[in-house]
Design a protein around this ligand. Structure first.
Ligand SMILES: [Zn+2]
Length: 282
């Protein structure tokens, strides 16, 4: 019974977010003439559609996390549906709001299908920084609309994958909640090696662990090429209270930190140990 209620809850939040996304996109277009979902890079990369598809499906993500629903095939199908419908819902919203200026609305004069035909073949492209208008693109408008459709779908799939990889308590199948985070920088390789090799070896409830987690390089040292960043996240299961630490390592390249996924690791904290307050002090 509780499962059913939670499934209905996730769907309700998902559908509400879908409607909200459509309304926001349509209203922004109505008032500013800027259509977010048609925004693309290199003409065909549908960045705006990806974002809108992910936004339309995001309710399923947050709803599932909140209500501890695992990403089932049922949720996947719903995410695909809302992502696929979103584009047409946006077209429809635009159609209903299109005022012809002579006291008539477009919806009084043409059917949605005819409107869509005209709309797609009269799509204008805005290219480059100056948003140079290329004029109507004819049939290419349908191709563009299709790439945007794919963008919506991929945005939805992205949301589902994010939900699938979200850390879960093995025992209770509930999503782990983030309890604390700690970021440390290491400018010297040997400092990092000492930290990385020992921090998971010492007892997590002992003083050495706290000392290692408190380690900080000199205050005025900035990240330069080769600086290593360790981000340690403490997560806990809201049901059985089991805790888990995960550590992600990044190295500063030219302009930014880059992930070193082979160094990512997880540590399960023995039952009964609560590291929340220890993390707060470091
Ligand atoms: Zn648990």
């Amino acid at each position: 019974m509780k499962n059913l209620a939670n499934n209905v809850g996730v769907s309700t939040i998902g559908i509400a977010t879908f409607f909200l996304t459509v309304v926001v996109v349509v209203l922004i277009e109505h008032f500013t003439t800027f259509n977010i979902f048609t925004l693309s890079f290199f003409i065909v990369f549908p960045a705006g559609a990806l974002i809108c598809g992910a936004a339309a499906a995001s309710g399923y993500y947050f709803g599932a996390l909140w209500l501890h629903r695992r990403p089932t095939i049922l949720i996947f199908v719903q995410i695909l549906l809302v992502a696929a419908i979103a584009q047409f819902a946006i077209y429809y919203g635009e159609y209903r709001l299109l005022d012809l200026g002579d006291g008539r609305m477009a919806s009084d004069v043409v059917s949605f299908k005819d409107y869509l035909d005209v709309y797609l073949s009269s799509t204008h492209l805005r290219v480059g920084r100056g948003a140079l208008d290329t004029g109507a693109v004819g049939n290419f408008g349908r191709v563009l609309a299709f790439t945007q459709f794919l963008g919506f779908i991929v945005g939805g799939i992205f949301v589902f994958v994010m939900l699938r990889v979200y850390p879960v308590c093995e025992q209770c199948a509930r999503y782990l909640r983030i309890l604390a985070k700690k970021t440390q920088l290491f400018s010297k390789q040997e400092d990092f090696t000492r930290f990385y090799d020992t921090v998971f070896e010492v007892p997590v409830d002992g003083p050495d662990f706290v000392t290692l987690m408190k380690w900080q390089q000199e205050k005025d040292e900035k990240a330069v090429r080769g600086t290593i960043q360790s981000e340690t996240t403490l997560r806990g299961c809201p049901h059985c209270k089991t805790q888990r630490i995960s550590q992600e390592i990044k190295v500063w390249g030219e302009k930014e930190f880059r992930d070193v996924p082979q160094l990512t690791r997880h540590l399960r904290i023995p039952d009964g140990i609560d590291l929340t307050s220890a993390f707060k002090t470091v």
